[in-house]
Ligand binder design. Structure first.
Ligand code: SIN
Length: 497
């Protein structure tokens, strides 16, 4: 029996569905009142909602509101902010089905995965509630005995939080949860493809009791460049946190240089996934499924270059392909679907380009390899396995961001470390081995911000998330996450007279 198609009409808590931006506690359209953009379901290309295309003037207004609100919000106690964050987290759990449905409709990821993201997103709120009260200064032993030196930490000011479309809730809460815990006020700029999830979060944060002006939200798709530039150049913004491509991260950094903002940039990755001969095969296959097929391969930490040691290469390719054949592909709202559509048309084009390039250089497509047929207008791509991957192929240098597994063969530990590090970015990585000494050696040698041993996911609110090289800098989550929104002030006291 065909599953009933789901729409936003199936969302029970209708208060989550505001089709507006938020400035200073009011839900508003763009000040120009002219343009709008459509939010589209990538599984069907149906229009889900029409939102105001807000511009640089709206953005400046949102920043001013956050700037004014900061004057009182910075004086609130850490405990009171922790309570608000906990309440917000509780509301996420209470609304988990609605939030997951909104996310699935606008992003495409399967409902079960979307529910997982709601819980993951809420975990950042709980985590930063604990961290708010753990912000400490220090007493420093002075060289000059006529002085005493202490340090204390304070919120940096207005934080601009620019979130991507691949994790429309968790990237909002990971940034804004930390900022609000620290005592900063915020301007949110969710991706134009997935603003509805962020809007629902802003509704819940308001319901939790965050004061007016502490949360402002700009909706924008085609005006994103001017909105981003305003956030970068506006001197009232003191912190900017961005998750997205390395290209855009570099541009934002340039634009922020005029006001020297504190920056966190979580940029592109090209994660190596290394399977050694001594790996447990079932662990390797399941970790690869998780590392590659989560969000249809559209994560910054997705396993992009899969290096398999020669002794188990053929067997791994065989068992992985058999497992991939069992994954159901379809609209994320359908029962049992594991691989949803890609979020953009251009993602399908990129995947086709990577397959064509791999074939041109001698790769063998042993499963999939093309856009999915019989799926209507949606952006579906077949789960794909290619063997015989080589260094000169496009996938070696670029994230594919699609459900495409490319298998590279290697012989020795030294060789694979060199291959893995021969890359201009360094975000996630995965090492599959039963040899504990080897897992330490390789983890230490990889030029990345995160290493997963015998697993395919690096997500935990208590673990710092971030990269090195072209993957940017700054850490989200962990005990480091809140520090990105704090400054350290030192106080030197004359005790000699
Ligand atoms: C990302 O892809 O940037 C986020 C992934 C995660 O938090 O697990």
């Amino acid at each position: 029996m065909a599953t009933q198609k789901k729409t936003l009409d199936d969302v029970k808590n209708k208060s989550l569905l505001r089709h507006k931006g938020l400035i200073n506690g009011s839900w508003v359209s763009s000040s120009s009142g002219k343009s709008t953009f459509d939010v589209v379901d990538p599984a069907t290309l149906d229009v889900l909602a029409t939102l105001p295309e807000m511009d640089k003037h709206d953005t400046a207004e949102a920043v001013s509101a956050a700037f004014e609100a900061f004057k009182s919000f910075k004086k609130t106690s850490a405990r009171s902010r922790a309570r608000l964050l906990r309440k917000w987290s509780d509301l996420c759990h209470e609304n988990v089905d609605d939030l997951a449905l909104i996310m699935t409709l606008e992003n495409g990821k399967p409902l079960a995965e979307a529910k997982g993201e709601v819980v993951y997103g809420a975990s950042f709120l709980e985590w930063f509630a604990t961290q708010a009260e753990m912000v400490h200064g220090e007493v420093v032993p002075p060289a000059n005995l006529g002085q005493r030196i202490v340090t204390f930490k304070q919120p940096v000011g207005v934080a601009a939080c620019l979130a991507p479309w691949n994790f429309p809730i968790a990237m909002i809460t990971r940034k804004c949860g930390a900022a609000l815990a620290a005592g900063c006020t915020t301007v949110w700029k969710p991706a134009g493809e997935t603003p509805l999830s962020a809007i629902a979060q802003a509704v819940l944060a308001e319901q939790a009791g965050f004061p007016k002006g502490s949360i402002n939200l700009i909706t924008s798709l085609t005006t994103v460049a001017e909105v981003g530039e305003e956030l970068c150049r506006n001197p009232k913004v003191h912190k900017l946190s961005f998750t997205g491509s390395t290209r855009v991260g570099k541009l934002l950094m340039q634009q922020c240089s005029s006001t020297l903002k504190k920056l966190s940039l979580e940029l592109g990755g090209n994660s190596p996934f290394v399977v050694f001969d001594d790996a447990k095969m079932s662990t390797a296959v399941e970790a690869c499924i998780m590392g590659k097929f989560r969000n249809s391969g559209q994560t910054c930490v997705t396993a992009n270059r899969i290096f398999v040691q020669a002794g188990i290469y053929d067997e791994f390719a065989k068992q992985l392909t058999e497992r991939i054949k069992t994954l159901k592909v379809g609209a994320g709202t359908e029962e049992g679907v594991f691989v949803g559509p890609l979020t953009h048309e251009r993602a399908v084009e990129k995947a086709m380009n990577h397959v064509a390039d791999a074939k041109k250089h001698g790769g063998q497509v042993i499963y999939g390899g093309k856009p999915m047929e019989g799926m209507g207008k949606g952006y579906f791509f077949e789960p794909t396995v290619i063997t015989g991957m080589k260094k000169e192929m496009l996938t070696t240098r670029e994230e594919t961001f699609a459900p495409l597994v490319g298998l590279y063969k290697f012989e020795t530990e030294e060789e694979v470390i060199e291959l893995a590090n021969d890359c201009d970015v360094g975000l996630g990585s995965f090492v599959i081995t039963e040899n504990m000494a080897r897992s330490w050696r390789v983890a230490e040698a990889l030029e990345v911000g995160m290493v997963g041993i015998n697993l395919g996911m690096l997500s935990a609110c208590e673990s710092p998330f971030g990269g090195v090289k072209g993957s940017g800098f700054g850490r989200e989550g962990g005990t480091q996450g809140i520090n990105e929104y704090l400054i350290t002030k030192s106080m030197l006291i004359n005790v000699a007279n």
